[in-house]
Design a protein around this ligand. Structure first.
Ligand code: SIN
Length: 499
């Protein structure tokens, strides 16, 4: 059978991958999108609530806010790329191409504000912006003659040789075949599945980062894992958008007291890393933290979040119980201003990439924008190459049954390590221990991937590699900055058996 070929292969189907596909198709390239997703809700984009920030007429103010939230660690050239392209990219794709109806106050856009923004600049649709952008973009590409979307299809490995990438080995329905491409664009999103509490969908196993690292691509800033401060913490958790605090919601501890004014001058609107740590500490100290939505008309202003509360029988007049949960990886595969990685013909966009925009802590509502801007730029840059077929290492032709319990047990162990040792606050001893445990775990998983090709096993391998990269970066960075907060060593204590 002739191998599959395409001008551009995009792996992943969130806003970044779809924007890359759009950019490449507009330049005349044939595009294949390979995605594990079987429905839109399998991508993090679909879940995004708050909205998409734009520069309006103040790119300088927007850039300053991004840098301030990052504690001065973001790359100012990358920030310029983001803010200078923000208005045009959103107008082009979402308003003129897709006709998205962002919320208005009757005649003008209803720009909202979230934590650490100095201005109202966030376009939104209710507080469920993600799905209102994602589904029309997906449908637009599904109708595009030059674009093929292969769902329920996982990339297991890149096809590469001597610093150049030629495509990827794709698994679908148990069959593994290479797809060769002039350019390959990785866009599989984040790493939420490495933690027990996350706002990400279950498939966020760090696939792109692991595949790129295995092929030799540079990966940077992996220690900067962002936790969202306000996730409903009862049964069936869900994100409570920062837009709520932007509209006046307050945080109260288990004693009913507001605690943020004593922590930061911006109180509930402080940068996300500061709020997440404060929420965590107050939960530890007083038992609970509640999001008090009484200052706003919650049911009227946020009907989708009110509906989720009703489904869980949460009476928001008493406040909504919240806790931090893993939300976003600020680091990832190192890329330049067009999404080019350090390997030839390999690009990365969206959460799996590290553009430098977020530094050590991301500003709210910049992730959809980054995916859009870098996606378009990478797709346009990637068009023009032709696929070349190379020999790929032979794969085991049998997939001996692997007990599901094996993958589950290893994932459970991995998550325990990430939760306990690589959470909001870290110690040097814990970080060194995490590296040792994760190195061992990766070795155990590697032994199985040599003879098997099952998707769940590769997801576990990807999670193990990505977790180890996070642990290594964190243990090498002894300085507290942004989301990477290292506390002084705790007194001697017993090592939990779970390790
Ligand atoms: C939120 O709505 O709070 C999340 C927005 C973001 O992650 O940027």
């Amino acid at each position: 059978m002739a191998p599959h070929t395409t001008d551009v292969l995009v792996v992943g189907s969130g806003i970044a991958g779809l924007s890359a596909a759009l950019g490449a198709a507009r330049r005349g390239a044939s595009v294949t999108i390979a995605t594990k997703a079987t429905e839109p809700a399998d991508a993090s984009t679909w879940w995004a609530q708050g909205g998409i920030a734009v520069a309006r007429d103040d790119p300088g103010g927007f850039a300053a806010d991004i840098q301030q939230a990052a504690g001065g660690t973001a790359d100012s050239d990358a920030i310029s790329v983001l803010v200078e392209n923000a208005n045009d990219a959103v107008r082009d794709v979402f308003i003129e191409t897709l006709g998205i109806e962002f919320d208005t106050d009757g005649s003008r856009f209803d720009f909202t504000r979230e934590a650490a923004h100095s201005n109202d600049r966030i376009l939104h649709v209710d507080a469920s912006t993600g799905k209102h952008l994602h589904v029309p973009l997906l449908n637009h590409l599904a109708d595009h003659d030059a674009v093929t979307i292969d769902t329920d299809t996982a990339a297991l490995d890149l096809c590469w040789d001597e610093g150049r990438v030629f495509g990827a080995l794709l698994e679908s329905g148990g069959e593994v075949t290479p797809t060769f491409a002039g350019a390959t664009i990785l866009a599989t999103g984040g790493i939420g599945a490495l933690y027990s509490q996350t706002t990400n969908p279950a498939g966020a196993t760090g696939d792109s980062i692991a595949m790129a690292a295995l092929a030799g691509a540079a990966v940077t800033d992996m220690e900067y894992v962002q936790f969202h401060p306000t996730v409903y913490c009862g049964a069936n958790p869900f994100l409570l958008s920062e837009a709520l605090r932007g509209e006046g919601a307050l945080l109260r501890n288990g004693d009913g007291e507001r605690f943020m004014p004593a922590v930061h001058e911006d109180a509930e609107l402080a940068p996300r890393d500061v709020v997440a740590r404060a929420v965590d500490r107050e939960r530890e100290r007083t038992g609970d933290v509640w999001l008090d939505v009484s200052p706003l008309d919650f049911g009227e202003t946020f009907p989708n979040l009110a509906a989720r509360c009703r489904q869980r029988a949460v009476d928001w007049t008493d406040g909504i119980p919240v806790a931090p949960a893993e939300h976003f990886l600020c680091g990832g595969i190192s890329v330049d201003d067009r999404g080019r990685t350090t390997l030839d013909n390999l690009y990365a966009v969206g959460e799996c990439s590290r553009t430098g925009v977020h530094g050590a802590n991301r500003l709210a509502s910049t992730s959809l924008l980054e995916g859009l801007v870098w996606g378009l730029r990478a797709g346009e840059d990637a068009a023009g190459g032709s696929p070349q077929v190379i020999e790929t290492p032979s794969r085991p032709d049998r997939d001996p049954a692997l007990p599901t319990a094996f993958v589950q047990a290893k994932f459970d162990r991995l998550r325990r390590v990430m939760d306990e040792l690589l959470g909001l606050e870290r110690t040097h001893a814990d970080l060194d221990w995490a590296v040792a445990v994760l190195r061992r775990l990766k070795g155990e998983v590697d032994a199985y991937t040599r003879t098997r090709t099952s998707r769940s096993l590769y997801e576990l391998r990807n999670a193990a590699i990505t977790a180890l990269l996070i642990a290594r970066a964190a243990s090498e960075n002894r300085e507290s900055v942004g989301t990477h907060f290292v506390v002084s060593e705790e007194p001697e204590r017993e090592v939990p058996a779970s390790r």
